[in-house]
Design a protein around this ligand. Structure first.
Ligand code: CAP
Ligand code: MG
Length: 424
């Protein structure tokens, strides 16, 4: 088949097809038809030339470009092209060689509609929003958490002390930063034991359930060993950096079924998601992580230190928090099937402080985790006061009280606002 044979604008995708939406910019002198056909060909059964004696039945497995609207294109893939439960294989096909083809100037995978048969071959989140709320006994409000800072450098006892002050200051969740795994001055095992000891102490003193999130990102066997250790020591959650470990490792961790909440950090995602014309959307990455089984996932914020399109963040939050979870419109290809895949908590993090809370909650709703590193430990009076200020800002937001008014009677919040302001 020639490239242009993969374009069939009369084709209507079958329910079992996997459908990708791409942004496509052909290379100079290449027609849109040829460029999109090249994408469909290389990502399914084809190559740069025709294969002389290929059995004709194989043509049926070819992907079909069935919609071209400006630079946006939809391609349908027969379900048989994919191996059940094998995310790397699926992505080697639909998100593989095509990004480097000469006929293409730019290509971005914007969205994937997953057929039910393929979706059900993945575990999905073990806990999701409901499960995590149940563990913490927090039915409605956003969760609040912190990343221990400095990122690295503290020893395990110092680290655990920062965690303890954060919990008793009112935070629900404390996590290790992505750069910290098991370093000379802060070994993983000792870190977990010390921090969990402090978690138990904080739980006793506050009467609340708390979560510690050790970072198990490592080579796969070591990652599993560390996750098992967390379980054995009484932990409830682990963090994994989904891009740097790769989808395969994430699948391995999920399939191990350790009954741990999986917290997904996404360091490096912007290598692929930041260019609006080339790469992959954060929405697709979030869907993949969710299918595999992440319970909570970083999505960034539009207000913090990281670059992020307002549209991208809302899009993700709309998709995950509204459509996929509750009110997915009838008739949508994945309407029924996402029902089996539990909704995930989105984590708003990266350069945020108490003064951001009302705006983020207004924008993204309550099924979010608000996570503050510098915005907690950078408080003029340190971690304990920083955690209190975050708690006070959230309480005020939940009661629709302006932060500046609340600050009049809450000195920790006042100091935070004096340092960072309130973001409208
Ligand atoms: C936040 C954070 C996260 C970022 C990553 C950090 O710290 O722990 O890694 O949130 O970005 O080290 O930067 P701060 P994203 O609160 O001190 O900024 O969540 O967008 O993936
Ligand atoms: Mg970090």
């Amino acid at each position: 088949m020639k490239y242009t044979d993969y374009v069939d604008l009369n084709y209507r995708p079958a329910k079992s097809d996997l459908v990708c939406e791409f942004y496509v910019e052909p290379a100079k002198g290449v027609s849109m038809k040829k460029a999109t056909g090249a994408v469909a060909s290389e990502s399914s059964i084809g190559t740069w030339t025709t294969i002389t004696k290929a059995p004709p039945r194989i043509n049926k497995l070819g992907a079909r470009v069935f919609l071209i609207k400006g630079n946006y294109v939809k391609i349908a893939y027969p379900f048989e092209l994919f191996e059940l439960g094998n995310m790397p294989q699926i992505l080697s096909s639909i998100a593989g060689n095509i990004f480097g083809m000469k006929d293409i100037a730019n290509l971005r995978l914007e969205d994937i509609k997953w057929p039910y048969q393929l979706m059900k071959s993945f575990e999905g989140p073990k806990y999701g929003i409901k499960g995590i709320r149940k563990i913490l006994k927090i039915p409605k409000r956003p969760l609040i958490g912190t990343i221990v800072k400095p990122k690295v450098g503290l020893n395990s006892k110092e680290h655990a002390k920062v965690a303890y002050e954060s919990w008793i200051g009112g935070l629900d969740l404390v996590k290790m930063d992505e750069n910290l795994t098991s370093l000379k001055f802060n070994k993983f095992g000792k870190n977990v034991r010390e921090s969990l000891k402090m978690r138990r102490k904080a739980e006793k003193e506050t009467g609340e359930k708390k979560i510690y999130v050790p970072n198990v990102t490592a080579e796969t066997t070591e990652m599993l060993r560390r996750a098992r250790l967390v379980k054995k020591e009484g932990g409830r959650c682990v963090m994994i950096d989904i891009i740097t470990v790769g989808w395969s490792a994430l699948q391995t961790l999920r399939n191990e079924n350790l009954n741990l909440i999986l917290h997904g950090h996404r360091a490096g995602h912007a290598m692929m998601t930041r260019n609006p014309k080339h790469g992959i959307s954060m929405l697709v990455i979030a869907d993949i992580a969710r299918l595999i089984g992440i319970d909570q996932l970083h999505i960034g914020t539009i207000v913090g230190k990281m670059a992020g399109e307002r549209q991208e963040v809302t899009h993700i939050s709309e998709e995950i928090e509204k459509k996929f979870v509750k009110e997915r419109p009838v008739g949508h290809t994945l309407a029924e099937s996402w029902g089996n895949i539990k909704p995930v908590f989105v984590i708003c993090s990266g350069g945020i402080h108490p003064g951001h809370i009302p705006r983020i909650v207004k924008f993204l709703g309550k099924d979010i985790i608000l996570q503050f590193g510098g915005g907690c430990h950078g408080h003029p009076n340190g971690t304990f006061s920083g955690a209190k200020a975050i708690n006070q800002a959230l309480c005020a937001t939940m009661q629709n009280i302006p932060l500046k008014k609340c600050a009049k009677t809450h000195p920790e919040l006042k100091m935070a606002i004096d340092k960072w302001g309130v973001v409208k």
